[in-house]
Design a protein around this ligand. Structure first.
Ligand SMILES: CC(C)(COP(=O)(O)OP(=O)(O)OC[C@H]1O[C@@H](n2cnc3c(N)ncnc32)[C@H](O)[C@@H]1OP(=O)(O)O)[C@@H](O)C(=O)NCCC(=O)NCCS
Length: 136
């Protein structure tokens, strides 16, 4: 949510780093010419009755690096890493009608449906969310 400072971002990633150390999450990073240009996460810490499942979260590509296939590569690698962890079912959610929704459809994800006003845009307006799944 706005305002979102560098310290806010650092705190968020430090929290996720602690989860990585506990084995609850993978954080993948994409580099182009040595620069960090994108990231995505695979959430592994799920309830005991869902050991075969993982969630994909926080797909982000730097504004200056968009439109070069980096998100696609990150998603393909996230799937491969989830598979390597023994996961066979993936779930994610995305802003309805947003840039990422087209990518997920292209990559073979199935739409479950739309939840109205599930989240908020950074400026506080309500935001519809589409839930997707993919068997891998
Ligand atoms: C969504 C996002 C990750 C895409 O990253 P990217 O590296 O530019 O995406 P890619 O170049 O790999 O594009 C792959 C596909 O995504 C879709 N896509 C990407 N940007 C798009 C846009 N602005 N509008 C519509 N579709 C878009 C297209 O289907 C594209 O395939 P194509 O090039 O064959 O048409 C990036 O715009 C981003 O970080 N946005 C802000 C954060 C966000 O919305 N994250 C998703 C959370 S669910």
């Amino acid at each position: 949510m706005w305002p979102f400072s560098l310290d806010d971002a650092r705190a968020a990633f430090e929290g996720w780093a602690a989860d990585v150390e506990r084995g609850g999450r993978l954080v993948l990073a994409a580099f182009a010419d040595g620069d960090l240009v994108g990231t995505v996460q695979v959430v592994l810490a799920l309830p005991p009755n869902q050991p075969h499942r993982a969630e994909i979260a926080k797909l982000l590509v730097h504004r200056a690096a968009r439109g070069r296939g980096i998100a696609r590569l990150l998603m393909e690698r996230a799937e491969a890493e989830a598979q390597a962890e023994g996961r066979t079912l993936l779930v994610l959610d995305a802003v309805t009608g947003g840039a990422a929704a087209g990518l997920y459809a292209q990559l073979g994800w199935t739409t479950v449906g739309v939840i109205p006003s599930y989240a908020l845009y950074p400026d506080g307006r309500p935001c519809d969310t589409t839930v997707f799944w993919k068997a891998i």
